[in-house]
Write a protein that binds this ligand. Sequence first.
Ligand code: FES
Length: 111
Amino acid sequence: MPPKFFPTRGHLLVCQGQNCQARGSALLYKALWNHLERTSLAYYKKGGSVRLTESGCLGACSYGPALCVYRHKGGGLEEGWYAAADFPLAARVAQAVHEEAELPEDRKYGL
Ligand code: FES
């Protein structure tokens, strides 16, 4: 029997590389999970749609904690990359993914 598949609207990754951890990314990851569970945004909750994973270095070591998000949009794949991510910003990114709204612009870099 295959594993249970959970459809999601987007996937957030919080860097747990050394530099980001020195800037609090472990706590950010924990706080974000607590938030996703409490608000039922987590993909495995009824009505939830957001996936969250720890990642290795995302290549923005001097500007961490680094957060990135991937989601399908308009037939393509949208990426959002954030530097100096904190809990309020990460929670807004997760909410935007859940609501299929525009991603927050502040602290976004790259694309
Ligand atoms: S350690 Fe987080 S981006 Fe490199």
